[in-house]
Design a protein around this ligand. Sequence first.
Ligand code: DCP
Ligand code: MG
Length: 395
Amino acid sequence: MKTPFVLHIDIDAFFAAVEVMLNPYLKGKPVIVGGMPDERGVVSTASYEARKYGVHSGMALRTAGQKCPHGIFVRGRYHVYSRISEKFIACLTRFSPRVEAVSIDEAYIDLSGNRYLHSSVYALAEKIKKTVEREIGLSVSVGLGFSRLGAKLATEAAKPGGLFMVADEKTFISNLTLEKIPGIGNHTLLILQAMGIKRVKELERAYPAIWKRTIAPHFYSQSRYPAAREAKTKSFSRETTFPEDITDRDMIVSHLAYLVDRLSVYLIDHDYFAGRVEVKARFSDFSTYTKRMPLEYPTYSYNNIWSKALFLLDQLIKKKKLPLRLVGVKVEDIASQRDLLPFISIRSEQLSRGVSDIKRRFGFSSIFTARELLLEKIYPVERDAIVLKTASLTK
Ligand code: DCP
Ligand code: MG
């Protein structure tokens, strides 16, 4: 089964919820933000308690006053809302680099790169929801779908405070009434209703051409998230020539481990998966050999790449009884997407991602595998690198 990978998240009754958070006396009361009921102007938003009386965003304040005479009207503090909005978006970007803020309290997140790290997208969505709610102190609703439209409508279905995952997006949307569909204006709605068309599926059946123009594009083109991004390069490599030729296997291994470490972090930073590993060795007589082998599945995991690279290195150093001059490692068959994986892959990828997060925050040298540490004996260690004598990267 395909997994939805577009997440939509929206804060519940945003401005009103902030007012309640800052003034607990308002909790559970009909709060209407936008101005006083005798003023010109419109309602920005209303708490769910006030919505029961028919008050909604965009309604004239005077009308809101009539519908909900005991409502508590507040003016609104936009600088406070926008500060919370920034915090909200910042929190989301910790889960994926592909966050698209679309309004002050609403964003889409493309989870297609993350989903392999979690037993399910649903669990990840729950985690995002909980984290955001804890950090900003407000209730949010979350939807999971295959397109922006599907995800947004799932959020609507989840409101307030829920999480809703669409398994069959086409059926889900087909059963909705047309006024739920963003972009269908009041005018169009009235005409369609007059023709007896209430739901999306009725529109598709009776007027496939209109359906194709209004609804279908959401599934099939611009709203799909994101266009499959093909990696521009087919391989990345890191290699180094030693300051002096090396005989000690552990020291050679330590160099290779460091190069694999750099590659793995590079892959993670760029959302790439590697399909194959190649190791290169140059002996003191300048003879150069390479060996390669595929990874079990496309991955950025340090451990997976490492175990293959070490195996290949040992094959290579058996070739000649000579010290080594250079070692290099390359990952190939680079892809920016892959199919869903067996659960088994998750631990080592989570570990690599965790390590790369630490490196990003505290510097590349803040955490190494023990096998890399031998390098400290012969090279200076700086915050963001071990300074090799000659390092070269081909991209
Ligand atoms: N807003 C506004 N005027 C409007 C619509 C919205 O000032 N016509 C502001 C107030 C809202 C905020 O934008 O709090 C977010 O809009 P939403 O449509 O997400 O509405 P809410 O967050 O208030 O409610 P909910 O998302 O729970 O339906
Ligand atoms: Mg909202």
